[in-house]
Write a protein that binds this ligand. Structure first.
Ligand SMILES: [Zn+2]
Length: 197
């Protein structure tokens, strides 16, 4: 199978990071929907599939996944695609689950062999939204806005802003004092000139 491979990015081309972005977007926009909550649980479990877990820890995550996934019933057919034949899973019994949920779970399961170490399915360290770290394995934030926000609100950044403002106010005070002195000098010189006339 053809794969998109760049520096830190290894995903087969049918797994488009933007597509996963739309799944995460749905969850972010509709957090109260039962579908979002169930898909969120699958995400939580996928993001917990860490190699550094103990055997017992891995067993617990896998058992929970098995339980959550047992709610879905799949049919499968084989289809020709631009990248050769592929097995396509479809909902065999939708029951109370809708098409979006089924497809989201199916597509997320496709990610399992490519989750990475630690899993690239993560919550943003700032806004807690889900994202897929497709470009950088150490990516912690869902986008640049969250990264900047965290940077701006870090204690070091707040301290350096405070120091900058203190220095700015001191400089302003000095500038004002020197202006006042110059104005006073000018006024005195004016008075001297007048008295000499
Ligand atoms: Zn974020």
């Amino acid at each position: 199978m053809k794969a998109i491979i760049s520096k830190n990015e290894i995903l087969p081309s049918h797994l488009d990071p933007e597509h996963f972005g739309s799944i995460f977007w749905h969850i972010r926009e509709h957090p109260e929907e039962p579908q979002s909550k169930r898909v969120g649980e699958v995400l939580e479990l996928l993001s917990s599939l860490r190699d550094d877990l103990s055997t017992r820890g891995k067993g617990q995550v896998i058992a929970r996944l098995r339980h959550v996934l047992s709610n879905y019933r799949w049919g499968v057919h084989v289809s020709p695609t631009s990248e050769g034949f592929r097995a396509i899973y479809f909902p065999a019994d939708r029951g109370s689950f809708d098409k979006w949920e089924y497809e989201a779970v199916r597509d997320l399961l496709d990610l399992v062999p490519y989750l990475g170490k630690p899993p690239r399915v993560r919550r943003c360290a700032e806004c807690k939204a889900w994202f897929f770290a497709a470009k950088k394995n150490d990516q912690q934030y869902c986008d640049g806005v969250c990264r900047q926000h965290r940077y701006d609100s870090s204690p070091e950044m707040r301290e350096s802003k405070k120091l900058y403002m203190r220095k700015y106010r001191e400089d302003e005070k000095k500038r004002k004092a020197s202006q006042d002195r110059a104005a006073k000098r000018e006024a005195e010189q004016g008075r001297t000139r007048k008295s000499l006339c």
